[in-house]
Design a binder for this molecule. Structure first.
Ligand SMILES: NC(=O)c1ccc[n+]([C@@H]2O[C@H](COP(=O)([O-])OP(=O)(O)OC[C@H]3O[C@@H](n4cnc5c(N)ncnc54)[C@H](OP(=O)(O)O)[C@@H]3O)[C@@H](O)[C@H]2O)c1
Length: 260
């Protein structure tokens, strides 16, 4: 049974800690900068806790850093002198694993590709896990643990993960921003956003079952300049959305002409 130290007590730490425990891989210690957060999570996980990095369990097998991206190196620097030979991984999609290399000989990444919030329970079996480590034995260890958590486990290098994370911004953050604009546009005319739900569901279903590039519809694909002009006129009060509409339409036009 590996001795797991969970570093951090935010969304990922809470969800991952609970899942590990449920799968018979209990966290031994929660380390986090805010004592009350560390204690609360440790109580849930029935683990030890500390807000003092120097109290990291000296015989820890795995440090799972689930902390803000921009402090991973600072916290690693504080932990490493106490457990220099322990495997350390972070959970970030946008941060190279090599950020840990100045501090740990054995390092890697344990990145769940999903958006998490406290209010929603993750469907772990369907969450792709992207794992990697410098040493093969550590990589196999991480893959084994990831497979107990999820059915979708991939070995993904730093270079691949950087690209994957950026693609996820298009698929998730940008798509959601467009949903948000659509909601506001409807609200201006007292129309409920729910009216768009079936269309959104069908768009997603089609994109999941086919190559989305082949499923593109709308005025930009049809080359319907009159409709595009009317829409741009309707957006005159919202120059930012108008600009976005133009740029996305241009991008669709280029993609479609490349397909022909
Ligand atoms: N949320 C997601 O959807 C998601 C998905 C995949 C991967 N990730 C990755 O998982 C990691 C954690 O994300 P999260 O969503 O769990 O973040 P979060 O809920 O905001 O929690 C952040 C954690 O970082 C700690 N922290 C912040 N500043 C710190 C500092 N200066 N020194 C030490 N600790 C500090 C916080 O401690 P306090 O409690 O003291 O504030 C908290 O425990 C990140 O690398 C993120 O990229 C997140």
């Amino acid at each position: 049974m590996p001795k797991i130290v969970l570093v951090g007590s935010g969304r990922i730490a809470c969800h991952l800690g609970k899942r590990l425990k449920a799968k018979g891989l209990p966290v031994s210690q929660v380390l986090s900068r805010t004592a009350s957060h560390a204690r609360a999570l440790a109580e849930t996980l029935q683990a030890d806790w500390s807000d003092d990095w120097s109290e990291v369990l000296p015989d820890a097998d795995w440090l799972l850093l689930a902390i803000r991206d921009d402090v991973i190196d600072d916290v690693a620097a504080l932990l490493a002198p106490h457990v220099p030979d322990t495997l350390a991984t972070h959970t970030s999609g946008g941060t190279p694993g090599s950020v840990l290399s100045p501090f740990f000989r054995r390092y890697g990444v344990f990145y769940p590709l999903q958006t998490f919030s406290m209010e929603r329970s993750p469907v772990w079996s369907k969450i792709p896990f992207c794992v990697d480590a410098t040493l093969e034995a550590d990589r196999l260890f991480l893959i084994k643990i990831a497979k107990t958590i999820s059915n979708l486990v991939y070995r993904v290098t730093d270079e691949q993960r950087a690209q994957l994370h950026m693609a996820a911004v298009f698929a998730n953050n940008f798509a959601n921003h467009c949903f948000s604009i659509a909601e506001k546009i409807l609200a201006e005319k007292d129309l409920p956003f729910e009216m768009l739900h079936p269309l959104m569901e069908e768009t997603l279903a089609k994109a999941l079952h086919n190559s989305p590039g082949k499923m593109q519809t709308g005025p930009a694909v049809r080359g319907d300049a009159d409709t595009i002009d009317r829409h741009l006129k309707l957006l005159e009060q919202h120059p930012e959305w108008q600009d976005l509409y133009k740029k996305i339409s241009d991008s669709i036009r280029v993609a479609f002409s490349n397909l022909k």
